[in-house]
Design a protein around this ligand. Sequence first.
Ligand code: C2O
Ligand code: CU
Ligand code: CU
Length: 522
Amino acid sequence: MTTMSRRGFLRAAGGLALAGPVLGSCSLSEVGGVTGVVVDSELDLPEPFQVALPIPPVLQPVRRDETTDYYEIVQREAARETLPGLQTPVWGYEGNFPGPTIVSRSGRRTVVRHTNRLPVPTVVHLHGGRTPADSDGYPIDLVLPPGSEAEMYGHHAEMVGEVSHGFRDYVYPMQQRAATLWYHDHRMDFTGPAVWRGLAGFHLVVDDEEESLGLPAGANDIPLMICDRSFDSAGAFRYPARDPSLTGAPGVTEDFMDGVLGDVVLVNGAPWPVLEVTASRYRFRILNASNARRMELALDPEPDEAPFIQIGSDGGLLGAPVRHESIPIAQAERFDVVLDFTGQPAGSEFTLVDRLGEGSTEQVMRFRVAGPGDGEGGDVPDRLADMSDFDALTESSSVATRTFDFDQAGERDGMSMWTINGEMFDPRRADADPVAGTSEVWELHSDPAHPVHLHVVSFKVLSRNDDEPKPTDAGWKDTIDLVEGERARILIPFDAEPGRYVFHCHNLEHEDMAMMANMEIR
Ligand code: C2O
Ligand code: CU
Ligand code: CU
């Protein structure tokens, strides 16, 4: 067990004096660090770069009508070869980890019927979705295994929401712009272990504006779900749940309070995979789906020019591309980037590395140039999406300011808990009551590092520690990474349907151990 908690270390913002449109150097020095404790795998880790990058299949609708596409997903257990020669039991959407990718067209309603064949209740949340409250995956709106009751799984009567038996239809209006979303389990107190076992997948939204830009598409548009995991000697995932059946005591054993880290890096479910590319441009939709691991992604060898051309953030395309030398990415954040392999000779290799990793987690995956490109990679225009609404949004539109402290204060079953403004999550309490159609400034303060996520809305980062936001804060965000002691101000237009939604820390162990609160949109 290696403790990495609260280790703040300073990194020089090196390599920023580069040619090309690098927008500003960081106003903060890159202060990093990973909050969590590594679970050691009980087997010899495989050699990196031996397996091909899997691409999750795109799910086909079972039916379409005038307005709506209908999908069906069965949540079930299955065994998957994750490490060479070993079967890993997963809890997967359609038995797969990652789950199948859903692709929705902006403006067309998407209905997903989720059937629960797992041994515990589940809840599906569409992260980044502009969802009505009853389809947002409120943490106690349980989908129960058929023929069972919530009490059988440790959910007390006053902590049970709108329950369904066997299946639930989640309805997504998709009145939102093109963006990289993801769906994952969100059951109160048990999200960390359920996602660790495999309950996560991509849900992409596409629209005409994006398609008109000629960005890399088709085989040159690839989602990358990066997450860390650990394995026991038989190849099963190791996770320090207090009750591994996930029906009794919630949370993790005290040693892992700060978060659970793995020593194997998976991309789309495969350990340190290789992607063969042509010498052309690729769009990568990068998601950090780890429970607790923050990363800073870079390329090795480091190209002369900052290699990551960011075209999109959590909430979709930016107004213009922004180049970065590295990508700091916390849990649940998405970065849409273009990497340009044009002109690279066949046989060139670039390794995607994590500068915050240690030992086995320093490397993520590898790109290998297999041959010349023939213009299939598209382009990156200087202007991307129309962001006039975003640009016009200023603090003067805010009708209220709220302050939230992400800290450790509470206690449950004799263990200390993670809290927001000193309070543990309670579905019966409203912690914020913004009015639909208005904007508010929220001031977030973090101790130690917490990636803070708001459901249903997107926001604009106004400042960090009273200074400018980072270049990687560009565009609409739904998750903001805060390092130890950091204070950020965000501006949130609450253009959502009234109802009850949550906001929380996306370190999933912190979330399970009470770092979640309610916003009751009026
Ligand atoms: Cu991806 Cu409530 O979270
Ligand atoms: Cu979310
Ligand atoms: Cu946290």
